[in-house]
Design a protein around this ligand. Structure first.
Ligand code: AMP
Length: 257
C-alpha cells in the first residue's frame, strides 16, 4: 500500500514543505466526493488515499482539528465556523471558501487531491472552479455516493469515534470492545453533529444545498454515481472500477476483504 503523509499543510496551513508536493505520480488523481453525511465517503476517501497516495482533504477535518487545538491558535473565522458546525449547520460559504483559498497549495499539488466535504453548495462549487482555474488544474471526476435517507440516519446516530487514534465504530454494525473505550485504550465520543437534532438539520441542509451539485457536475460531464451499500471494501471496488472506466489515470487495484 502507498504511504500516506500527514496532511499537515491542509490541516493547519503551517507546513512550509509538504512531501506530497514533490511526489511524481504518473497522472495525479483530482476528484471530489459527494454524498449525504453518513454514507461513508470519509472512509472511502481514506482508502482511496491509502491506495493511491493522493491526499484526503476534508473540510470537516479542518474544523475538527480546530476544536482540539488550544483556543489561542484558532483564527476568529475558524472559531465562528465551529459554532455552525456544532449546531449541525453548514458553515457560511465565504468562510469555507476562504479556508480553501488559504490551502491553494493543496489544489496545485503534484500528488493531486481527494476533496471530501467540499464543495457543499453551488456557490462553493463555482468558487472551486475558479480556484482550480487559477491553479491551472482540472477535476477528473466527481463521485456521488448514493443511499436512501432512511438508512443513513441510524448510521450517523450510532457512530462513535476514538479521541486518540480516530478509529470509527458503530454501536451495532461495528461495535467497540467496550461502550466507552477503543481498542487502543482511547476514550470514545459521539460527534456533536451526530446527535439527533443536529442529524435532522444536516439532512435537510444536504437536500437543500448539496443535492443540487449533482446537476451542476452532471452538466459538466464529471458525475459518477455509485450506490453506497455493502461493506467499505465492496464500495471501494465499485468506486475503482467506475473511476477506471471514466478517467485515464492509472488506478490501483482494490484489495480483497
Ligand atoms: P463533515 O465531516 O464533512 O460531515 O463536516 C462536518 C461539519 O463541518 C458539517 O456539518 C458543517 O458544519 C461543516 N462543514 C464541513 N465542510 C463544509 C462545507 N464545505 N461547507 C459548509 N460547512 C462545512
Amino acid at each position: 500500500m502507498t504511504q500516506v503523509h500527514d496532511r499537515e499543510g491542509w490541516l493547519s496551513v503551517t507546513a512550509s514543505t509538504c512531501p506530497a508536493s514533490t511526489m511524481q505520480h504518473g497522472a495525479p488523481l483530482r476528484i471530489v466526493l459527494l454524498g449525504a453525511p453518513g454514507v461513508g465517503k470519509g472512509t472511502q476517501a481514506d482508502q482511496l488515499s491509502q491506495l493511491s497516495g493522493t491526499c484526503h482533504l476534508s473540510t470537516g477535518d479542518v474544523f475538527r482539528m480546530a476544536t482540539l487545538a488550544a483556543c489561542d491558535c484558532v483564527s476568529p473565522s475558524i472559531r465562528e465556523a465551529l459554532a455552525y458546525m456544532q449546531r449541525g449547520e453548514l458553515v457560511p460559504d465565504a468562510t469555507v471558501i476562504a479556508i480553501l483559498r488559504e490551502r491553494m497549495q493543496c489544489l496545485r499539488c503534484m500528488g493531486g487531491f481527494i476533496l471530501d466535504g467540499f464543495p457543499r453548495t453551488v456557490p462553493q462549487a463555482q468558487s472551486l472552479d475558479k480556484l482550480l482555474q487559477e491553479a491551472g488544474v482540472k477535476l477528473d471526476a466527481v463521485i456521488s455516493y448514493d443511499m436512501p435517507i432512511e438508512q443513513i440516519v441510524p448510521r450517523l446516530a450510532g457512530r462513535r469515534t476514538c479521541s486518540t487514534c480516530k478509529a470509527v465504530y458503530h454501536v451495532t454494525a461495528n461495535p467497540p470492545p467496550s461502550e466507552r473505550q477503543c481498542r487502543c485504550g482511547g476514550e470514545l465520543y459521539q460527534r456533536e453533529d451526530d446527535r439527533p437534532g443536529a442529524i435532522c438539520r444536516r439532512m435537510e441542509q444536504y437536500q437543500e444545498s448539496t443535492a443540487p451539485l449533482m446537476a451542476y457536475y452532471s452538466a459538466q460531464g464529471l458525475l459518477v454515481s455509485i450506490m453506497a451499500d455493502g461493506s467499505p471494501g465492496d464500495i471501494l471496488r465499485r468506486t475503482l472500477s467506475r473511476l477506471s472506466a471514466a478517467i485515464p489515470v492509472g488506478l490501483p487495484v482494490a484489495p480483497n476483504d
